[in-house]
Structure formats: structure tokens, C-alpha cells
Write a protein that binds this ligand. Structure first.
Ligand code: CTP
Ligand code: MG
Length: 245
């Protein structure tokens, strides 16, 4: 049995605003997609990586991966879709198409190039939890801010409608890990949502939840922060400079 990974890199990175995909942004002379793929490789758990890329940046993403010495696991690039969910589905289809019936996958991870510093140890923790019998595993961190619900109004200030009990909230990260058959089933069941960002699932575990199947949480890590804005990119740069990621 082998663990395989879909690494999503097909977004446009509009909020980062570089004018090219976020996955190609650089952090300490390595692209975000290169960082993420090297850490997947370094875990020693993953036998192949399918990377999703925007159609017009297929070549650039391939070059970025070729140029990253730490990417030691076999990888290939496929075209993403109109939403993250659609891109993951494209990656899964490629993995399914090329699976050797004599050596099926047991575990599939889905990871975002937007979380370049998620550690090899976190990758291993997620794979181990799936192999211990959890069908679906997400890294999660406690929420530290006080969280309010609000009534949003078009013409006035937002009004607080309540304070949420944060002790039962978790901010979830990637890599998320799944039993191979379960994730295929979850994506098939949710496929009608994938074509539009407004209906698509923002992570894979929510598709498993929609099936009524259990999703387990393992401890996440601060270093697995998601790069959305230039602020996040600066924080990630500092973490690398301080050697804490
Ligand atoms: N992603 C993808 N295919 C899409 C949209 C997103 O593979 N159609 C990937 C991104 O490349 C990223 C992850 O999903 O690794 C999380 O998405 P997000 O942080 O929203 O990245 P972008 O969509 O690139 O950024 P933005 O929303 O600011 O444009
Ligand atoms: Mg996006």
C-alpha cells in the first residue's frame, strides 16, 4: 500500500497580488510549490505527487519543481479547475487513471502549495493517523481570538449577535489525509458543487462530512500557516530566517 498526494497550486493568487500564481511566489529563493513538495518528499511517506497548476502556467510550475533539489518523489503536473475542489478532483482523476491495480493506494493526502512550511513531521502524523484507522484526518489548531457572530448590514456598521464558544472550534490546515476510497467517494458525491467557487468546498474534509463520515483532528502547527497576503509571506520568511520552520 502506498500514500500519494495531490498538491494544489492552480489558484491565481489574487489576494497576494503578484500578477502570477501564488505557488510561484518565492520564499528564501525557493517557490512556495517547491517548499511544499520538498516537505512532502522529506516525510518519506509519499510515493508520488500530482500537482495542479493553472493551464497557462503548467510549464512554469514544472520548472519550479525541477529546480527544487528537495523534491525527490516522482511528481507530475496536471491542469487545475475553476475551484480548489475542481482542481483536487482533477488530481484525483490523474492518480486513479494511473493506479496499478496490483498496488492500490491506501492513503491520499491533499495539500496546498499555499502552506509551504507545513513540516515533514506533520505529513507523517497525518499519514499515521489515517493508517491507524481514521478515514479522514485534518490538522487543527485551537482558536486564540475571541470569535463573534455578526449581522452584516449594507448601510450601517456590523452588529455583534453573539460570542461563539471557541473551546469547540479548530482552525484546520493541510495536509489533510484520507483513505483513498473514501476521498474518491466524497468527491464524486460533491461533484455538482465544484464548477463555481461560490458553491465549491473550501477543503476536502467537508466533502467527507457531507457523506456523514467521521473526520478526526490531529494537532496542527503554527508553521503550516496559509499564505494569503503579503503579510503572511513576510511572516513565513521570518520563520525560515529564524529556523523555526
Ligand atoms: N487552488 C487550486 N485551484 C483553484 C483555486 C485554488 O488548486 N482553482 C489552490 C491554490 O493554488 C492554493 C489552495 O488551492 O494552493 C488554496 O487556495 P487559495 O489560498 O485561495 O489560493 P488562490 O486561489 O491562489 O488565492 P486567491 O484566492 O487570493 O486568488
Ligand atoms: Mg482562492
Amino acid at each position: 500500500p502506498s500514500a500519494v498526494a495531490v498538491l494544489t497550486a492552480a489558484g491565481s493568487g489574487a489576494r497576494l497580488g503578484l500578477g502570477y500564481p501564488k505557488a510561484l511566489a518565492e520564499l528564501a529563493a525557493c517557490t512556495l510549490v517547491g517548499h511544499a513538495a520538498s516537505r512532502l518528499s522529506a516525510s518519506g511517506e509519499i510515493t508520488q505527487i500530482v500537482v495542479t497548476a493553472p493551464a497557462e502556467h503548467h510549464g512554469a510550475v514544472s520548472e519550479a519543481l525541477s529546480a527544487t533539489p528537495g523534491v525527490t518523489v516522482p511528481w507530475r503536473v496536471v491542469e487545475g479547475g475553476p475551484s480548489r475542489q475542481a482542481s483536487v478532483a482533477a488530481g484525483l482523476a490523474e492518480l486513479a487513471r494511473t493506479m496499478d491495480a496490483g498496488a492500490p493506494y491506501d492513503v491520499v493526502l491533499v495539500h496546498d502549495a499555499a502552506r509551504p512550511l507545513a513540516s515533514a513531521a506533520l505529513v507523517s502524523r497525518v499519514v499515521a493517523a489515517v493508517r491507524e484507522g481514521a478515514g479522514a484526518v485534518v490538522p487543527g489548531l485551537p482558536v486564540t481570538d475571541t470569535i463573534k457572530s455578526v449581522a452584516v448590514s449594507a448601510d450601517g456598521p456590523e452588529r455583534v449577535t453573539g460570542t461563539v464558544d471557541r473551546s469547540v472550534l479548530r482552525a484546520v490546515q493541510t495536509p489533510q489525509g484520507f483513505a483513498w476510497d473514501l476521498l474518491l467517494r466524497a468527491h464524486a458525491a460533491g461533484a455538482d458543487r465544484a464548477q463555481d467557487e461560490s458553491t465549491a468546498a473550501t477543503d476536502d474534509s467537508s466533502l467527507v462530512e457531507a457523506l456523514g463520515e467521521a473526520v478526526h483532528v490531529v494537532p496542527g502547527e503554527a508553521a503550516a500557516l496559509k499564505i494569503t497576503t503579503t503579510y503572511d509571506l513576510a511572516v513565513a520568511g521570518l520563520l525560515l530566517a529564524e529556523a523555526v520552520a
